[in-house]
Design a protein around this ligand. Structure first.
Ligand code: O2Y
Ligand code: MN
Length: 606
């Protein structure tokens, strides 16, 4: 029995506006899930995969215009533009409500309206938040069942007067009398809107059925709305993986790491260390909610319950633990269908099949001039299926964070690992995070895009205020604050080859991080931060010459001065809410690099 007054009134209000043919309260049961899957197979929008190879798995193909998050159609709606800030698409709250209300009018005609109660974070945990998504997409329902805790268990948490975050979603494609449905109904790009109302803690999404645009618990709630809420309530909602690293003595360190999209976050979160005796377990691969615990330390919770990972590039080499986790009960979207009803994608580490059906539903052979899978093709899989999921991944108190890593794809200048001199210097590093764009990004390839804290597309309020919130959190944490490091697995040599092997070998850097946490006499202070000395990171067996290792940590003064100019330009865009303390960090870095005409690293006089 639903007795929450706000929920009952909202469901009635939305149904009156959108005019669905029926309303279904989602209970989250196995039977309900199977019924929806069977319906979608029958309707031709899903394909059941080979039960022997991929038990319980299904393939979906989206419309070619609806294949990824649409940043250009993603808005922060607030009363004042300055509260959204220069890095967000701002829209006036009243104006967008008027526009979208017109779009929502009758938009669910001929369709079922699903009411999906969900919890971000373990049910009942102090940091968890309840949302309710109303959607006319059964694909959204089955994905939300994997990505969140949802259904009756969540509804049971709602009393008559308790609050929740309303998330309204429609694919924007009513099915009128006599009309035939299509496999992936959605609206054209110009009427897609993914709108966030951080002041009201509310989300309205229209026109897209894909990923971050439609599964509203993830980027919309757990990052954009939660980041605004976290600032007001004194906690942090971050675009970070969380991993547990255990050393040969059995001591575990929890590390949170922020990387822009397409930097291998899921791979790092589940990595297999190459160094003997060390192990990595995964708490989460994308989002961390962090609060200060009773002991004054920072504790992190993964608000999600599943992985929504990019398939192309995922292989037994790059991420064996993900590969193993997606063999059953997984939803595949936009990958290639093999003739035996199994799936394939580029860089899967398996020979391309001689024939298949590509992500657009066309015949495909290796001679085709198109890719078999879309570059943003996805798997949705339960986190509980990951064999290296950490025993504390659902601990309601979270896990204590010992280190925070920032990173990006940087072919030059930025060293393999660089430790912040102190918290505010670390906040400066996070604010200046940048990454070289790849084919996975929209726009030019090979340019450095500033993506502060990897939150550029996900911060729900003014970026200057967000930087300030980080500084405030550091003040509260004091000497209990995690150490901050900037890592770069992607530095290239003069011939354009990656210097560092990456993947499991990144465990060598993580080992160094734990040794710094333990206060071992490693590293030395330089103009840019604390860098490892030669020998501090074990590179045995990697076949790297001493000169190459030196290259990984070389301070290229010209490169750094260019970096400073680029950060200055970015800071100018943030505007007058940029904290003075970050400008001061930038100025100090410049001084350290230019003082006495020396490089500042070792008194070499260069
Ligand atoms: O393209 C989408 O809709 C999904 S984007 C995404 C999905 C999972 C984890 N991270 C991301 C991201 O863009 O950071
Ligand atoms: Mn992400």
């Amino acid at each position: 029995m639903v007795n929450n007054k706000k929920l009952l009134a909202w469901v009635e209000e939305v149904a009156t506006l959108t005019k669905p043919k029926e309303i279904q309260w989602v209970d989250g049961s196995l039977e309900e899930n199977q019924k929806l899957l069977d319906l979608m197979v029958e309707a031709g929008s899903a394909t059941k995969l080979n039960e022997t190879e991929k038990p319980g798995c299904y393939l979906f193909r989206s419309h070619p215009s609806d294949v990824a998050r649409v940043e250009g159609r993603t808005y922060i709606a607030s009363k004042k533009q300055e509260d959204a800030g220069a890095t967000n698409n701002w829209i006036d709250s009243l104006e967008i409500k008027e526009t979208m209300t017109k779009l929502y009018n009758g938009c669910m005609e001929g369709r079922t309206m699903y009411v999906i109660p969900f919890s971000m974070g373990p049910i009942g945990a102090p940091i968890s938040k309840i949302g309710v998504e109303i959607s006319d997409s059964p694909y959204v329902v089955i994905n939300m069942r994997i990505m969140t805790r949802m259904g009756k268990v969540v509804l049971d948490q709602l009393s008559e007067d308790s609050d929740f975050i309303p998330c309204l979603h429609s694919i924007g494609s009513p099915l009128r009398e006599g009309e035939k449905d299509v496999a992936w109904p959605c609206a054209p790009i110009e009427s897609k809107y993914i709108t966030h109302f951080p002041e009201e803690r509310m989300i309205w999404s229209y026109g897209s059925g894909y990923g971050g645009n439609a599964l509203l618990g993830k980027k919309c709630l757990a990052l954009r709305i939660a980041s605004a809420q976290a600032k007001d309530e004194g906690w942090m909602a971050e675009h970070m993986l969380i991993l547990a690293l255990t050393n040969p003595e059995g001591k575990t360190y929890y590390v949170a790491a922020a990387f822009p999209s397409a930097c291998g976050k899921t791979n790092l979160a589940m990595m297999q260390p190459t160094i003997p005796g060390w192990s990595v377990k995964c708490v989460g691969d994308d989002i961390a909610w962090m609060r200060i615990g009773d002991d004054g330390r920072l504790y992190a919770v993964n608000p999600e319950a599943g992985f929504f990972g990019v398939a192309p590039g995922t292989s037994m080499d790059s991420n064996p633990n993900a590969m193993k986790a997606i063999q059953k009960n997984t939803i595949y979207t936009n990958v290639l269908l093999k003739d035996n009803n199994d799936v394939w994608w580029e860089e899967m580490g398996e020979d391309a099949p001689s024939h298949g059906i590509d992500w657009e539903g066309n015949e495909w052979t290796p001679a085709s001039d198109k890719k078999g899978a879309h570059p943003n093709a996805r798997f949705t899989a339960p986190a509980s299926q990951c064999s290296v999921i950490d025993e504390n991944w659902e601990n309601p108190a979270g896990v204590p964070i010992s280190a925070i890593l920032f990173g990006g794809r940087r072919p030059s200048t930025i060293p393999l690992v660089n430790e912040a001199l102190n918290w505010n210097h670390g906040v400066f590093m996070g604010s200046a995070t940048g990454s070289e764009t790849t084919a996975a990004n929209i726009g030019a390839v090979g340019v450095i895009r500033r993506d502060p804290f990897a939150m550029l597309p996900f911060c729900g309020y003014n970026m200057g205020d967000y930087f300030n919130h980080w500084i405030n959190m550091g003040e509260k944490l004091g000497d209990k604050a995690p150490k901050i490091f900037f890592v770069n697995w992607f530095r290239k040599d003069n011939s354009g080859k990656f210097i560092w092997p990456g993947f499991g070998e990144n465990s060598r850097v993580l080992k160094y991080v734990t040794e710094r946490i333990e206060g071992k006499n490693l590293g030395e202070e330089t103009a840019i931060g604390i860098l490892p000395k030669l020998g501090d990171i074990d590179v045995n067996g990697l076949g790297l010459s001493e000169a190459t290792v030196e290259d990984l940590f070389a301070i290229d003064k010209e490169g750094w001065l260019a970096e400073i100019t680029s950060i200055e330009e970015f800071y100018a865009k943030i505007g007058d809410r940029l904290p003075a303390r970050l400008q001061a960090e930038l100025d100090k870095l410049k001084d350290r690099l230019t003082d006495n005409g020396s490089c500042g690293c070792c008194g070499c006089g260069k």
